[in-house]
Design a protein around this ligand. Structure first.
Ligand code: FE2
Length: 332
């Protein structure tokens, strides 16, 4: 059992990275009793730094990205904070956009404490992610290949780049602790090729390592065939079909991980697996993070609820022919 004082000390170091100053206002957004230890520790940490703190606790039926829909008074109170800790996952809802547009910086925190503690960010991680972000912003094409047979190309023109390094000290900027990766989207009709999800790759949604390969044939930004004889392919097909939404087959964000504190084996040994969203795999240094589903996070109009994040290991990723990841290893 982790003590409140240990958590508060860890969270204080995060608030310092977020540049929370004496006299600033820290808001902690929570729902019911979920992550109540996180909330208490953030409030304690904020007080240690001399901030004005408050907690906005929604009732338990509100745990979704739409939790603030139509709740103008709640949105207004968060807009007036300097830093908002989001413990429910607003995730690019209209209300999140409104709050950050008002100048509040926002940090989403969902993982169990053990994962947060293992993946405390550093300025060096930020530097890495920002340098990678510059490369990605300049690129007009992104290609991923692997010895398993992946060869897919993304045309890049329409969408911005989102960097996540685990803290935020700039007004209006959103981030997520823990993280350490970056991504963008290919143009809506600009992704073509084949992705082979290979044994050992991670289906984050299912908290599962893939055992038998899945072949995803992609044409003009959509997965047109999901092939594979094994259970993994049928699980994926069943899950996607359950949404009865053809937009679920769209290719979503693409990017790579840069966090060398993250462990690929984490999912195999964690005790908090059922509470996790899988940030070790998503942020793992040298992964390629392939994704299917929505593009609304970066301003597109596909807001399908079916969202699959699939960290791939051992791939190569190049931007306009320049290697960023070479067979699963970061190119510095
Ligand atoms: Fe995703």
């Amino acid at each position: 059992m982790t003590s409140l004082s240990e958590m508060s000390d860890t969270f204080r170091s995060l608030l310092e990275l977020c540049s929370l100053k004496r006299g600033e206002t820290l808001a902690v957004l929570s729902a019911d009793h979920q992550r109540s230890d996180h909330a208490r520790a953030f409030l304690t940490a904020g007080r240690m730094l001399g901030a004005n703190v408050f907690q906005l606790n929604l009732d338990g039926s509100c745990v979704s990205r739409m939790a603030l829909s139509g709740n103008a008074a709640a949105v207004e109170s968060l807009k007036r904070a300097d830093l908002v800790i989001d413990l429910i996952g607003l995730l690019f809802s209209a209300e999140q956009v409104e709050i950050t547009a008002a100048g509040a910086r926002m940090l989403m925190v969902l993982e169990p404490y053990e994962v947060l503690r293992d993946l405390v960010p550093t300025p060096e991680l930020r530097r890495r992610v920002e340098v990678a972000g510059k490369h990605l912003e300049r690129a007009s094409s992104l290609r991923v290949t692997s010895s398993a047979g992946t060869d897919v190309t993304y045309r890049l023109a329409k969408y911005p780049v989102l960097t996540e390094y685990g803290y935020t000290d700039m007004p209006g900027r959103w981030d997520h602790w823990p993280s350490g990766f970056l991504f963008t989207h290919g143009d809506d009709d600009g992704v073509d090729g084949l992705v082979v999800v290979a044994p050992g790759d991670i289906m984050a949604r299912f908290r599962r390592y893939v055992v038998e390969p899945i072949h995803l044939y992609i044409e003009r930004g959509r997965v047109v065939r999901v092939e594979g004889m094994g259970f993994d392919a049928s699980l994926m097909r069943d899950y996607i079909e359950s949404f009865h939404d053809p937009r679920a087959y769209a290719v979503s964000h693409i990017g790579w991980g840069l966090n060398d504190k993250a462990n690929w084996h984490h999912l195999a040994i964690t005790r908090t697996r059922d509470q996790e969203i899988g940030m070790h795999g998503l942020a793992f240094a040298g992964n390629v993070l392939f994704s299917m589903g929505p593009n609304s996070e970066l301003g597109g109009d596909n807001d399908t609820l079916c969202h699959l994040d699939i960290p791939l290991r051992g791939c190569s990723l190049q931007l306009d022919g320049q290697l960023m990841v070479d067979a699963g290893k970061l190119v510095e």
